[in-house]
Design a protein. Structure first.
Length: 318
């Protein structure tokens, strides 16, 4: 702690809020508008903070304002502190028998109209006074947000093994080929990967982990295929597949609502080495466990129903 900093917490806190606003908005003017302050007042707060730290926190250009390395470090600490304070409030309320506060969850796009929807509804019924804030992204972006203190939990596929992660639950899900009911492959019991190459393929883009797995294991086959459509939206992938003769590679959980409705058909892929995907719910192991995480894991388990071929729930690290 810097000398004298313990005596200046109110001023320090206000200045950090100003820094956060500028980082989110990308400029002094928009940051000031976000806080309903005059730009000159916001600048004074930032200059006092820079004097306290002894380093510049922002660089200004015609296109806006960017954080310096010192500013990035300061902002990361701020968001960790904000997340810790939210969890502390929730823990204190839980000790009093009141389930209230905020839980920030990151999740993948493919789950939003099925598993995630059902889990959220179940969780909200059990905890009606708890505000659930959900951000949709890919695994890598969600993991960065979790470890930066911007999320309390992350529901994602194929999380890496890291000491910073505490695994709350994991579920094994079949991975295969998804086609429309009228597709030429729809009547088969299973397919091989090279059977799919004669058809249009709609693929996840590089921001989704499964794309890298497919390219690593089947690079030679990708070279033979027609250039596929690629997107980071699983919802768009399913819509394109359902509307025509294209196919996609997804888990049963990704396509659960469409499989139940009969608009899509799931075909196991029999190629060796193309195993199931692992869906996991994790939190930052460096922080105290949130009291409602067990209930959230149970809600995900219930929403998955019979989709998962295996599951586990524990409080260890991944």
């Amino acid at each position: 702690m810097l000398p004298g900093l313990e005596c200046k917490v109110p001023i320090f806190s206000v200045a950090l809020t100003a820094l956060d606003a500028v980082a989110r908005e990308g400029s002094i003017q928009r940051g000031a508008a976000r806080l309903r302050l005059a730009p000159s007042a916001l600048l004074r707060q930032l200059r006092r903070l820079e004097d306290e730290i002894g380093a510049p926190l922002l660089t200004r250009a015609r296109t806006g304002s960017r954080l310096t390395p010192a500013g990035e470090a300061m902002l990361a600490e701020l968001r960790q502190w904000q997340g810790g304070l939210r969890r502390l409030r929730g823990t204190v309320l839980a000790l009093k028998g009141v389930q209230q506060g905020e839980l920030r969850l990151g999740a993948m796009d493919g789950l939003v109209n099925g598993v995630l929807r059902d889990a959220v509804l179940d969780f909200h019924r059990a905890h009606p006074r708890l505000h659930l804030s959900i951000a949709v992204s890919g695994t890598e972006a969600g993991l960065r947000a979790l470890l930066a203190g911007e999320l309390d939990a992350l529901l994602a596929f194929n999380l890496p093994r890291r000491r910073e992660l505490r695994l709350l639950g994991s579920w094994t899900l079949d991975f295969g080929c998804v086609v429309a009911r009228g597709h030429p492959l729809a009547g088969r019991k299973s397919v091989r990967f090279n059977d799919c190459l004669a058809h249009r393929i709609v693929l996840q883009d590089g921001s989704i982990a499964v794309r890298g797995m497919l390219e690593t294991r089947f690079a030679h086959l990708f070279e033979l295929a027609q250039p596929p459509v690629a997107t980071n939206s699983i919802q768009l992938i399913k819509a394109v597949v359902a509307a025509g003769d294209a196919l996609a590679f997804l888990t049963r959980a990704d396509a659960a609502p469409e499989l139940a409705a009969g608009t899509l058909v799931f075909l196991p892929v029999s190629d060796a080495g193309l195993g199931p995907e692992t869906l996991a719910l994790a939190e930052d192991a460096r922080r105290a466990p949130a009291p409602t995480m067990g209930a959230l894991s149970a809600a995900v388990q219930a929403a998955l129903g019979g989709l998962a071929s295996g599951s586990s729930s524990r409080g260890g690290r991944t």
